[in-house]
Write a protein that binds this ligand. Structure first.
Ligand code: ADP
Ligand code: GLC
Length: 504
């Protein structure tokens, strides 16, 4: 093995402790994979006490006894630090407890509105991460930061902490999971960061007049990654960069796209305890019909084995293509099919999809909310899976679908383009195809592609080949974790190339 590295992995959510989306899955799985490769991995996340109390499957969490406070613009905010071990690994997990900031019903927002003090909450968290590293004498080789909530860390590391014992040779990685969320706040929030005002400029922390925490991370980190090769290209364009395309082009040589993997312990139809029957490629003909009937009953849809059942599990946001689905609904629902939705988010999309279920009760069923068991049952019980995203940095559900023999219907963007190969009805494409892909973001393109899927579903031998192609590929984290290690090594090797302001 290459050198054993001390890696601190930090993010605002991680499975099994807290989750709103794919970020949490990625952090939990990547930590385990790096640990299996023999690295010394520490995870640092906020302690969302309310969520933790609701979750009965967590390991025992203990107090480390460590206490410190962070000066948040003149107000001393105390932190205490709990710890545990990530199940199935030797990864130490530190949970930063600050009741006023983190003991809330949700992680980031309620009723569609972000918490007004999100800037303070995650500046506090980022600063506390470095204090945990210092006071626990972790001496990391790499701090791997994820999304805007941790974007301040590379900046503090390269400035205030640059000469603090224990950080002399610490490099940082910034991984972008979604450009649509940047942590943009007004400049009067600068004092919350602990950074000097002189960094409020275009080269460091400012973008388009705001303080921007994702940009801060991109500017200061030794290496920048995102979660698929195609998204790495998209975010350097005006369409995908959300105003930061120039900053990303500046860092193009240090920007790399690494496709996420899936955690085989959690998303595996051969041992998924949420499924009524587990199955493999060999037993899918027996297992999937049972999972399908179970799902139809759970969702209140007619129990029919012959009708093609589409699933969708998603945050209900502009990103995910719900507007296309509602626009294409009349055309789609004139055909014999069923769709099972699970999601929560924007009240507008929640009511649109609920409205469809009321109008077409024998064809559409929806559950609004977050439900781990139903997410697994939709993957297991559906024949096909819908992901018509406007943009998709990586997307995990299409990979879960492939693993579960559930054929994905996706748009040709980001990680969807990198994982789903279109079956264009040409027999040659059957060697590699594992799903259906469309390009244009409009309802006819979506409807036409769903119709292609329906026509193919009527040809069981061809459909089976698509299922086989999807299920036989290795989607596990091993390959991606190795790519991350290469990025860590290159950051470590190039640590001396920062400028006098700590910027790359
Ligand atoms: P994103 O991170 O943009 O939401 P991903 O496809 O990367 O999209 O990951 C979404 C993750 O969140 C998947 O594990 C999915 O099963 C889960 N998920 C999304 N919405 C729900 C929900 N309402 N209930 C349960 N799980 C959900
Ligand atoms: C983000 C993206 C999603 C990606 C996930 C994990 O939430 O929207 O596409 O899979 O992060 O990287």
């Amino acid at each position: 093995m290459a050198d054993r590295r001390r890696i601190v992995l930090t993010a605002s959510e991680a499975v099994p402790f807290s989750k709103t989306g794919g970020l949490a899955d990625v952090i939990g799985a990547l930590a385990k994979s790096l640990d299996q490769m023999g690295h010394d991995v520490v995870m640092i996340i906020p302690d969302y006490y309310v969520q933790r109390q609701r979750n009965r499957n967590l390991p025992k969490i203990s107090d480390t006894g460590l206490r410190f406070s962070i000066d948040m613009n003149g107000r001393q905010m105390p932190a205490s630090v709990n710890w545990t071990t990530l199940p199935g690994s030797d990864v130490r997990v530190f949970l930063i407890r600050q009741p006023e900031y983190f003991d809330r019903p949700q992680l980031y927002q309620e009723n569609g509105h972000g918490y007004v003090d999100n800037c303070a909450r995650y500046c506090f968290f980022s600063r506390a991460v470095l204090e945990v590293c210092r006071q626990m004498v972790l001496r990391p080789d790499v701090i791997h930061c994820n999304d805007w909530q941790t974007g301040l860390i590379p900046a503090l590391l390269n400035t205030q902490y640059a000469r603090v014992p224990g950080f002399e040779r610490t490099s940082s990685i910034m991984t972008i999971h979604n450009m649509a969320y940047q942590g943009r706040f007004w400049h009067f929030d600068m004092p919350l960061t602990g950074m000097d005002w002189r960094y409020f400029n275009y080269h460091h922390m400012e973008a388009w007049g705001d303080m921007n925490l994702l940009k801060t991370g991109i500017s200061f980190a030794d290496q920048v990654t995102t979660v698929s090769p195609t998204y790495a290209k998209e975010i350097c364009t005006a369409d995908g960069g959300y105003g930061l395309e120039g900053v990303l082009r500046h860092r193009r040589d240090d920007l790399i796209g690494i496709l996420n993997g899936i955690d085989d312990d959690v998303w595996n139809p051969e041992k998924d305890s949420f499924l009524p029957t587990c199955y493999s490629l060999d037993s899918i003909d027996h297992g999937k019909p049972q999972c399908k009937a179970f799902l139809q009953q759970r969702m209140g849809l007619p129990t029919r084995s012959d009708v093609p059942l589409f699933g969708m599990v998603s945050r209900m946001t502009d990103q995910k293509g719900f507007d296309l689905i509602t626009e294409a609904a009349e055309r789609l629902l004139s055909r014999d099919l069923q769709i099972a939705f699970l999601g929560t988010g924007d009240p507008y999309y929640e009511s649109q999809i609920t409205g469809l279920a009321q109008r077409f009760p024998s064809k559409v069923a929806v559950q609004i909310g977050f439900d781990e068991s139903l997410a697994h049952q939709i993957e297991g019980g559906s024949d096909a899976f819908l992901m018509p995203s406007r943009f998709e940095p990586c997307g995990l559900n299409q990979m879960y679908s492939l693993r579960y023999g559930t054929v994905p219907v996706v748009r040709n963007v980001g990680g969807l383009a990198d994982s789903v190969m279109d079956f264009d009805l040409n027999p040659h494409s059957l060697n590699t195809a594992n799903g259906f892909v469309f390009a244009d973001y409009n309802r006819d393109a979506l409807a036409g592609t769903v119709e292609r899927a329906l026509d193919t579903f009527a040809r069981p031998q061809v459909w089976k080949q698509l299922v086989r192609n999807g299920m036989s590929r290795d989607w596990s984290w091993n390959r991606s974790a190795e790519e991350y290690v290469r990025v860590y090594e290159s950051a470590i090797a190039n640590i001396d190339s920062r400028d006098e302001d700590g910027r790359r």
